[in-house]
Design a protein around this ligand. Structure first.
Ligand code: C5P
Length: 300
């Protein structure tokens, strides 16, 4: 018997970042939107805990106990009082979310493993408990569980679901190479050194654009405070952003800590044209079209 869970990627339509806290994290006003690019996590009983991975970029995914999906399975077993031998599972991750791309692929796999193991072991863990396990695993993991759209505060893990009044067309340009999230936050701190960082606050205009499903209004409200840091570490992303705008995107921004870049389009046709222009430009490795919002972790 095995259980498969499908989990979406995310884009941050607003990522407002405050100053570094004493625990090293940053307070955020983080508006997550789940997008229709998915990893699938399948768990099957096995002799010992084992992780395998297929799909683009899978060679960069760690298969040892540092894999976030493996850590999720172990954390759930421990919480439920299941012994390590009874909790032994083979976790297979079929990746479609860009690896190390700022689209929460690792977080998606952790949320997927939690939901899949919960079903496999027949635990019926409450939503609240699953969310608290998610928050222990990483700042973006709770959102991968819930999907849709949400405002995350604290380090991004304290979520409030947001209403979304329509669907949005996105294009994602996958960069050649990855960026480490801690390195991007360190660069953010370096760029702000000696100045006081404003309190992160969610934009009313952005929340209202999501609520009414207005892509043009959303385009003028998107923002990412990590973008200058990501561009500083990966300057060629500027060119990718420019190509997408020249091809008719309503807005372009770095996705989370990057280096994936995100383009909001006014229609499915425009999204296809933006993707084609991005690919033709040679400034990215792949261009993916996806619509949003997408559902959170779901057993398939
Ligand atoms: O929580 P997560 O493991 O995804 O965070 C990865 C790293 O990103 C943290 O170790 C920290 O360096 C940085 N981070 C941060 N502030 C946040 C979220 C993440 O500084 N709110």
């Amino acid at each position: 018997m095995s259980v498969t869970v499908r989990v979406p990627a995310k884009v941050n339509v607003q990522l407002a970042v405050g100053g570094a806290r004493s625990d090293g994290f940053h307070d955020l006003a983080n508006v997550f939107l789940a997008v229709g690019l998915y990893d699938e996590v399948t768990v099957t009983p096995a002799a010992s805990l084992r992780v395998t991975c297929s799909g683009p970029g899978s060679d960069q995914v760690p298969l040892d106990s540092s894999n976030l999906a493996a850590r999720a399975a172990l954390a759930l077993a421990e919480r439920a009082g299941i012994s390590a031998s009874s909790a032994a599972v083979h976790i297979h991750i079929d990746k479609d979310i860009p690896v190390a791309g700022g689209m929460a692929g690792g977080s998606a796999d952790a949320a997927g493993a939690l939901v899949a193991c919960d079903a496999l072991w027949g635990l019926g863990t409450s939503r609240g408990e699953l969310l608290s396990l998610c928050a222990e695993l990483g700042s973006d993991v709770p959102f991968s569980l819930v999907g849709g759209a949400a405002l995350g505060v604290g380090r991004g893990e304290q979520l409030t679901s947001l209403p979304v009044g329509g669907s949005f067309h996105w294009v994602f340009a996958v960069a050649d190479g990855g960026l480490s999230t801690p390195a991007v936050y360190r660069e953010f701190d370096r760029l702000w050194a000696g100045r006081s960082v404003p309190e992160p606050v969610a934009s009313d205009a952005l929340l209202s654009a999501l609520r009414v499903g207005d892509a043009v209004a959303l385009a003028s409200a998107v923002s990412n405070d990590l973008q200058p840091a990501a561009l500083s570490l990966f300057p060629s992303l500027r060119e990718t952003l420019d190509v997408g705008m020249a091809a008719g995107a309503l807005a372009s921004l770095v996705s989370g800590s990057g280096p994936t870049t995100a383009f909001l389009a006014k229609s499915a046709e425009s999204a296809a044209a933006v993707a084609e222009a991005l690919l033709a430009s040679g400034t990215c490795r792949a261009a993916r079209v996806a619509s949003a919002p997408a559902a959170g972790a779901t057993v398939v």
